[in-house]
Write a protein that binds this ligand. Structure first.
Ligand code: CTP
Length: 199
């Protein structure tokens, strides 16, 4: 959530379910997990999961960097805002003119910034694409210094935001492409962890 004023924000339709499923799946395999999440009604209660709740891209950036040095694997499943209002008003904006222009600036790219400081960590990103999917995802592997990317195409029925299911394609850093069938998100979380452990 990127604030516009005290009562309004720029956000998106992501529920965070994929991230929560990944955290639970990793913990159930014995991993110690730090789950950094944006605003969501989802909750998790597992002794191996520590949850850090944030609102903005900048807060997610800081929370991720505060733990990154201590982790072996980082998975970036959040739908982070790419832009935020340049100025967040401290009072509610009153209705005025017929048109209203909001100036936006780029947020930090959390995943790319982790890729820049990566040492031993296995870094996994997601890519949400509507066209030129494979090509765009491969560009993200290079640009963000990833070991694996999980591609979601919005062209696939049942994939992406708001669905209990997802259809993913793995691309590793050698650019090998592995399409997977449509599955429940919990099963997709299992496949992603299997893939990470297999590489
Ligand atoms: N991501 C991030 N910080 C951002 C934007 C994206 O960490 N400010 C991460 C996402 O969590 C995901 C990956 O980057 O793992 C790719 O996100 P995606 O929205 O597909 O791509 P973008 O890099 O934002 O590029 P574009 O929107 O132009 O496709």
């Amino acid at each position: 959530y990127e604030p516009i004023d005290p009562v309004r924000f720029i956000g998106n339709r992501s529920t965070g379910k994929m991230g929560f499923d990944l955290a639970l799946e990793a913990a159930s395999r014995g991993a110690q997990v730090v789950l950094v999440t944006g605003p969501t009604p989802l909750a998790i209660s597992h002794p191996l999961v520590r949850i850090i709740r944030v609102e903005t891209a900048a807060q997610m950036h800081d929370a991720c960097h505060s733990v990154f040095a201590t982790v072996d694997v980082a998975i970036a499943a959040a739908a982070v805002a790419d832009y935020r209002p340049k100025v967040a008003f401290d009072k509610k904006i009153k209705k005025g003119e017929d048109a209203f222009v909001l100036e936006l600036e780029k947020t930090p790219d959390v995943l790319a910034s982790l890729g820049q400081v990566k040492t031993h960590q296995f870094l996994v990103g997601f890519a949400l694409e509507t066209d030129n999917e494979i090509e765009n995802a491969c560009a993200k592997i290079r640009k963000k210094n990833l070991d694996l990317i999980v591609l979601n195409s919005l062209r696939d029925e049942g994939a992406g935001f708001g669905h209990p299911t997802n259809k993913i394609t793995f691309i590793n850093k050698e650019f090998e492409v592995t399409p997977m069938p449509l599955k429940a998100k919990e099963e997709v979380a299992r496949d992603i962890l299997d893939k990470i452990f297999a590489l």
